[in-house]
Structure formats: C-alpha cells, structure tokens
Ligand binder design. Structure first.
Ligand SMILES: [Ca+2]
Ligand SMILES: [Ca+2]
Length: 722
C-alpha cells in the first residue's frame, strides 16, 4: 500500500496565499530568488506563503477582493490597510501609489509583467491551449529517490513507500507513536509529531515498581511490558493509543527486565534476573519454553530476525548463543569467551540488516576494575569497548573487531530505518561526582553515532554527539530507552532520582540528529524504556485536538512516583495556554522553573511554577483538609472503592497509582487485572496458596546426576557431595 499526499501546502495555507496574491500584485508565479523581478510575490506575501503555492488560476482578477483581507490573515508587515485601499484591485489597477511597501517599488509592479498568454503553473502553452506538464517524464519533479512520481493534471504527487508519508520534501516515517514506561508503573503514549505525552495510563495495573522494558509487536497493536519486581509480563492493547487496555499477563519464573520479539511477531523472549530465558507465545499469552542458563547466572540479551538469541553474562565475560525455532523452542548453539578482550558485556543490539551485532563493554578500558557507577577521577578520560560481530548463520557468530574508544557505556542502541546509522545512548557516571569535583559535563550522558558500512563493518563517528543528562549506567537491566524516527531521537532513561541525585529531573530528551541540539520535555515520572509503535490499522490521526495547557512548567520531583504536575488532572501538558508545543514552552525550562523553593509551600502542598510566579497546591490525588493540610483522597473508601482490587486483596489509599494500591496475602500476588493469584511456584488450596513440590511431581528440570530439592516457590538441583 502506498501513501501519497499532494505536493505543496495544505488547503488552509493555500487559501491565504490566494488572497494575498490576488489583492496585491497579480503577477505570475515567480521563483524563490530575491531578484527585483521576482520580488513581487515573495516580498509582499508573508514569509510562510511560498510562491509555489500560488498559481495563476487562483489569482484570477475577480475572484478575491481586498475586502477579504482581514487582519488575521495578513500580518502587518506584509499588508496594511494603507497599502490596499481600493475595493476593486485588479492587475491593471495595482500602481505604485497603492503598493507602498519598501520592498515593492513602482518599477517592479507594472501590468506589463503579467502576460495574458501565460499558463498556470504546471501547464505549458501549446498552440492556443495550456496543457499539463508531465513532471515525472521530464524529471522536473522533486520526489526523493525512495518515492515514486505520479503525474497529475497541473501538478504531480510523490508516493512514498509503505509506512512513510510525503511531507512536502521528503518521505517521513508515518509511525509517530512511542510507548513510554514509567519505572514506578504505568505507561505513556508519546505523539512524536507534537511531543505531547498522553497518559499516564494503567497506573498501578502494571505492577507498582520496576517497570523496565517495553516492546511492541510488528503489527503495532500490542505492547509487552516487563514488571520486573512483580515478575509479570503484561500485554497491553495499544491499537487505540488514547485508550490502552490490559489484555493479559504471564507470571514469570524470573524477574524479567529485557524483552525481544521474533521477526514474525509470534514469540517474545524474556531475559532478566533468574536462571532462565523464557519464551512466550504472544497470541496465547503463555510460556512455551524455558532455557536454563545454569552456571551462566542471570543474563540479558537480544533476538536477531533469523532466530539467533545472544545472551550476555557480564560476570563470566562470555556470550551464550541460542537459536529460537519456528515452534518457539530454544536450543543451545554455543558460547563465546570474551576474557581475552576483557569485555564485560553490557548492551546487545542487532542492526536492521539482521547480521551486524554490537555488544558494549561496561568497564573502563583504562581502569578495568572500576565499576562504571563509580565516578571517574578529575582528568580521567573514560573509554569503553564496543565489540562488533556478525551473524553468519542462525546461531553462528563471528567477532569482527573491538573498538576501544567509546566515551560512554552504551546502554541502548537504535538504528535508522535504512540501517546505516546506529545511535547509541551512552551513560556516564553519577556516583560521587560532587565529591570529586567533577563538572556535570564530564559525566554527562551522550548520544553517540556509528555507521554501519556493510554487515559486520562498523565505524564510530566521534565527531557527532549530543550531551544528555548524566545518568547512572544501569548495565544489568537490558531495556531499551532510545527511539529514532527520521532525524529525531527520543531518549528516556532517567534513573537518577533513585539516588536522590540533584539532576533527577524526569524528562524525555528530544535530539535533533542534524544539529544535535537537545530539547527536554518534562514527564511525570522516571522513564525507563521507550518503544516505537509500528503503524497499525488505527489511523495515525486518531487524536483530535491536543491536551489542555495549565500554564505552568512541570516541577521535577524527587519522589519516584507520579506526583504533582500541579493541578492538571490529565497530566499531559504544562505549558502556557498559548504554547503550541511542550518543546517550545519548556525551552527555557530550567529558568522558568526556578521560582519555587521547596519551603515555599506548607502543609504538604507542592509548588508549581507558573508564568506569573508560582502556586501552591495539593498534589494530585489529595485535597486540602480543614487544617489547611493536604490529605489523601479516600479512594478505597469511596463509592466503588471496595471493588477496585478484586477479591481477597486489600485496598490502601496512596498518593500515587491512581490513588490506591492493592495488596494480597502471603504467597500471592495482585495481577493487576482481576485480583489476587498464587505466586509462581504456588497453587491454590482452598483460600490459601501452597508451595508446589516440583520434585515429587516430577515438574523439575534437574540434570542427570543431581538431586531435586524442593523449596518454597521453586526448587533447586543439588550436585552430589564430592
Ligand atoms: Ca503534471
Ligand atoms: Ca517448590
């Protein structure tokens, strides 16, 4: 399916162009040069009206009169009422007296320049007739190489490849939505056209703490979210980005952190803390295979399109390679010992070519014993490794080289859609920075760039990077916090608040990949992971209108949960009412948000900066009581509150998570959907949950020669005493 759009401007813009063109000059459509001959249309019209938009068809003498020119439509420097006085301005009547702007002199505007025999733009005079120019045949179109030119009567169209839309000069990625997970639960939906973050949605439904990774199925309809602490993987229907809903969940035998989805969208592979790599059937929302990592310890990993699964064990300095079969089974292929490179693997990424693999090292090349969370000394130049490998066939990897001059630990990698560039989010260190007298800059995060020349051939481009907020390298979590769409990168990963670091503002950074200028968009919570949503069947413009603005900048919180965001109930937008975009409003974010002092407001109220100073108010989910203090709303005790948590669960009012949290009894967990369920390794026995004896029931997977020993919630395999 091809997407196409007419070349040129929107209808609304066209209308303005018509009015101006007619009222003032009525010349033909000039070019864009500022030569006196061409000045006529360009200089009298406002900047935003391109001369291309005006065709002589639209500039018919009697179709538009100056009466139609209102002050709203014409900016003052383009047309003032003094300049246009006649009710009946026609081309013959435009004289030097009527057009007095400095830029247009009488010499330039004469009726001689309008040749009656001229054809409209897009047509050419043949004999006495104006006939369409076939721009596609003549090669005078401006469609890019990846678009197809289609001739139309009087113009032409550029048809972009599937998944792209024509935006007047280029084919742009039509997939604009990005899913954002908040560390403390819930998701947001980021519209990357407007940079408006919708939500948070499903607060408290996706676990209460430690939401790590999010991935989206190739059809763009389902997001899989790892709730690390709560041991669930949740399936969220995002086919309507404005109303995400939970489809189901799977309780995991590990604390899942990273998830990868197979190329066909059938299986998800989950990595995390625990002994297993887990395969999930996405359609059935159930586990289909477990791979026991045994001695490898916990790992994290990535899945290539051909089914190659790469798992890293930083402790062992090795990589394990598995293959995911078509029916969802994992088989061991081999392992690579990296001790000779002294590489402790951190992040793994597979390029769109399906062959190039990047594995970052987490230890400073110059001081390999130092953990990256330790601050560098003044004068240190941190330097980290990046190993480049190539997948030669499913389950087979070849090391192509190791770069040793990467200035940060690479934590997340995103590729452009052509697969030529790798954008890498690298984290510095925040540990003890203040003590060691380091400047923020020296430990900043970096968005770095590499080029993929051909499969397995990678070069690092040290000339291009963007400085980002400093961030602790959480090397063990293997979630992805970087999305690239066309020439913009969106970066999350703001864990600093966990450490009470001064730079704990929570935001998504927007990086222009041409200029590497960074804009920061404040968000209500620490963002762990971002995932691009491939186009689905829902129209891309499902959202009508935008969020309402409340005229205040978001004050970042040191508290991990959702809070404040002032007095907005939708928590979507905190700009002045006349700000079109967050980005614009919050350009001056730090300055604008510097008015509040933590001591300004009392009684539990929070301070929110606004355009005319600041306001004190109770955080969302609370209200001012008779003693002038903020008090939590009684969500659990309110009407319907008893049903919020389902049977057997206890409801507790909370400042976060939609005002309440649900707690279950011993050995059971709240599933976020319908109530309490037995924790993994336990089963229902009447009203309680009891341990499953895997050994007795032969449900264990202990290797031969070992003895199964039952434990509460699981089992272990004991080797015979030597
Ligand atoms: Ca044409
Ligand atoms: Ca057990």
């Amino acid at each position: 399916m091809l997407n196409s759009k007419l070349v040129g401007a929107s209808v609304a813009r066209f209308g303005i162009a018509v009015i101006l063109g007619t009222a003032l000059v009525l010349a033909g459509c000039g070019g864009g040069d500022d030569t006196p001959d061409d000045v006529i249309t360009d200089n009298v019209a406002p900047d935003e009206v391109a001369s291309d938009d005006i065709t002589s068809d639209d500039v018919a003498d009697d179709s538009v009169r100056p009466d139609n020119v209102t002050s709203d439509e014409v900016t003052s420097d383009a047309v003032t009422s003094d300049e246009v006085t006649s009710d009946e301005v026609t081309s013959d009547e435009v004289t030097s007296d009527e057009v007095t702007s400095d830029e247009v002199t009488s010499d330039e505007v004469t009726s001689d320049e309008v040749t009656p025999q001229e054809c409209d733009t897009g047509y050419v005079l043949e004999g006495d007739d104006c006939v369409d120019i076939d721009e596609c045949v003549l090669g005078t179109h401006n469609c890019p190489a990846d678009a197809v030119c289609k001739n139309t009567d009087g113009s032409f169209e550029c048809e972009c490849p599937a998944g792209f839309v024509w935006e007047g000069s280029a084919c742009l990625d039509a997939a604009k939505w990005v899913v954002v997970t908040y560390f403390s639960g819930g998701i947001g939906m980021l519209d990357t056209d407007t940079m408006i973050l919708h939500g948070p949605f499903l607060q408290g439904k996706l676990g209460y703490e430690g939401n790590m990774d999010v991935v989206v199925t190739p059809d763009g309809k389902t997001a899989l979210i790892s709730a690390t602490e709560n041991r669930f993987i949740y399936f969220v229907d995002i086919s309507n980005p404005k109303e995400p809903s939970i489809k189901g969940n799977v309780l995991m035998p590990i604390n899942p952190s990273g998830i990868a989805i197979s190329a066909d969208g059938e299986y998800a592979v989950a990595f995390g803390f625990g002994q297993h790599v887990v395969v999930i059937d996405i359609e059935a929302m159930s586990m289909v295979d477990l791979f026991d990592l045994a001695k490898m310890g916990f790992g994290h990993g990535e899945l290539a399109p051909d089914g190659t699964v790469i798992i890293s064990s930083f402790g062992q300095q090795s990589i394990g390679v598995l293959v995911l079969s078509e029916n969802g089974e994992l088989t061991f292929s081999g392992s690579l010992d990296l001790t000779e490179y002294a590489l402790a693997p951190a992040d793994i990424a597979v390029a769109p070519d399906g062959k190039t693999v990047l594995i970052s090292g987490m230890q400073d090349v110059n001081s390999a014993t130092k953990h990256p969370s330790q601050a560098p000394e003044v004068g240190d130049t941190p330097s980290f490794q990046l190993m480049v490998l190539e997948i030669t066939s499913p389950g087979e990897l070849e090391i192509k080289g190791v770069l040793t001059d990467i200035p940060r630990v690479v934590q997340s990698v995103a590729f452009d859609r052509a697969g030529r560039h790798a954008y890498m989010l690298g984290c510095g260190s925040i540990g003890g920075a203040a003590k060691k007298g380091l400047e923020e800059e020296e430990i900043s995060g970096l968005l770095m760039v590499g080029n993929i020349e051909s499969p397995g051939v990678f070069t690092f481009d040290s000339s291009r990077s963007a400085k980002l907020q400093s961030n602790s390298p959480f090397v063990l979590y293997s979630f992805n916090s970087l999305v690239v769409r066309d020439d913009k990168a969106f970066v999350g990963y703001s864990f600093n608040s966990m450490f009470g670091h001064a730079n704990s503002a929570e935001f998504v950074s927007l990086v222009d990949l041409n200029t590497f200028v960074v804009k920061r968009v404040p968000v209500p919570g620490a963002v762990t992971s971002l995932a691009r949503v491939p186009l689905n069947t829902t129209p891309a413009n499902v959202l009508e209108g935008t969020a309402s603005c409340v005229g205040a900048c978001f004050e970042p919180s040191f508290f991990l949960g959702f809070n404040v965001a002032g007095f907005s109930h939708d928590q979507q937008c905190f700009c002045d009412a006349d700000c079109a975009l967050w980005g614009d409003c919050c350009d001056d974010y730090e300055d604008a948000c510097s008015g509040c002092d933590p001591k300004t407001c009392t009684g539990g109220a929070v301070c929110v900066n606004s355009s005319d100073g600041y306001q004190c108010g109770c955080p969302q989910g609370s209200h001012k009581n008779n003693e002038d203090r903020c008090e939590l709303d009684d969500v659990c005790g309110s009407e319907g509150g008893a049903d919020l948590c389902g049977p057997n669960a206890t409801c507790e009012n909370q400042e976060v998570f939609g005002g309440h949290m649900c707690f279950c009894g011993e050995d059971s967990v709240w599933d976020g959907i319908s109530g309490c369920m037995c924790a993994l390794g336990f089963e229902e026995d009447g009203a309680t949950c009891v341990d499953i004896n895997e050994c007795e029931r032969n449900l264990h997977d202990c290797p031969e020669g070992t003895t199964c020993v039952n434990t509460p919630g699981w089992y272990r395999c004991q080797s015979p005493a030597p």
